[in-house]
Design a protein around this ligand. Structure first.
Ligand code: CA
Length: 231
C-alpha cells in the first residue's frame, strides 16, 4: 500500500516536531507548514491524504485553512487546537473539519482519530499519471517526456497534473485558475497564457505547434497523447 501523506499545519516548532515524529513512527509521510500561506501553497502543490491543523497561526486564522482545504481539495481535516471552547469547535466543524482534538492531547487518541478519517477517505490520487509518452510521478513531482526528464516549477507541475488527471478531457480556464492559483484568481487568464507557453517550451517538440498540450479556444486546455494530434 502506498504510504499516506499527512500535512501538519502548526506554527510552534516543538509541536510540529512532536507531531512529525509521532506520524513518522506510525509509517506516515509528513509535510509541514508553519504558516497559513505555506499550508495553502502546499495544498495547491498536491493533495495530502489528511491534514492536522492548528487554529492559532501567525498569518491567518486556521479556520480559513480548514475552509479552503475542505472546499477546494476535499482533504480530511483534524483540527488540533488549544481553543477548547465549544463555539470554536463548532466553527471549525462548520468550516469543514472532520474532527477536533484539543491540546494537550493524548497521542493514542489523535492517531486513532486520524486512522478513522483515513479509513473513510479515498486514497489521494497521487501516483503515476500517464498521457502517451508523458509521465507524471505526482508523489515525487517528477516528469518525463519521451523518457527525458523535464524540470518543472511547482506551479507548472500542478497545471500539468490537473490536465493529466482529466484524461484527455478539456479543462476549463476557470477550473485551472481556481485549482492552481486559488478561487480569487479565477479571472486572471493571462497567467494561463504565460504558464502554458512555458509548459509547451518544456514538453513540446515544436512549442508553436503543440501536439500534447492543446488549446480549446474560448474554453480551456486539454492534454492528449502526442500521437493523437490529427484526430
Ligand atoms: Ca499556534
Amino acid at each position: 500500500m502506498t504510504e499516506r501523506l499527512i500535512l501538519v499545519v502548526e506554527d510552534e516548532a516543538v509541536m510540529r516536531r512532536v507531531l512529525t515524529l509521532m506520524l513518522h513512527g506510525r509509517g506516515y509521510l509528513v509535510a509541514q507548514a508553519e504558516t497559513g500561506q505555506q499550508a495553502l501553497d502546499r495544498l495547491r502543490a498536491g493533495r495530502p491524504d489528511a491534514m492536522i491543523v492548528d487554529l492559532g497561526l501567525p498569518d491567518m486564522d486556521g479556520i480559513d485553512i480548514v475552509t479552503a482545504a475542505h472546499r477546494d481539495h476535499r482533504v480530511p481535516i483534524i483540527v488540533l487546537s488549544a481553543r477548547a471552547e465549544e463555539q470554536q469547535q463548532i466553527r471549525a466543524l462548520d468550516a469543514g473539519a472532520d474532527d477536533y482534538v484539543t491540546k494537550p492531547f493524548r497521542e493514542g487518541e489523535l492517531m486513532a482519530r486520524l486512522r478513522a478519517r483515513l479509513r473513510r477517505a479515498p486514497q489521494a490520487a497521487r501516483d503515476e499519471l500517464r498521457v502517451g509518452d508523458l509521465e507524471l510521478d505526482v508523489y515525487a513531482r517528477a516528469v518525463t517526456c519521451a523518457d527525458q526528464s523535464v524540470s518543472l516549477t511547482p506551479l507548472e507541475f500542478k497545471l500539468l497534473q490537473v490536465l493529466a488527471e482529466a484524461r484527455g478531457r478539456v479543462v476549463t480556464r476557470e477550473r485551472l485558475l481556481s485549482t492552481v492559483w486559488g478561487p480569487e484568481r479565477v479571472n486572471e487568464v493571462q497567467y494561463l497564457r504565460v504558464y502554458m507557453k512555458q509548459l509547451r517550451r518544456k514538453i513540446e517538440d515544436e512549442p508553436a505547434q503543440p501536439k500534447r498540450l492543446l488549446t480549446v479556444p474560448g474554453v480551456g486546455y486539454r492534454l492528449v497523447p502526442a500521437d493523437q494530434r490529427r484526430e
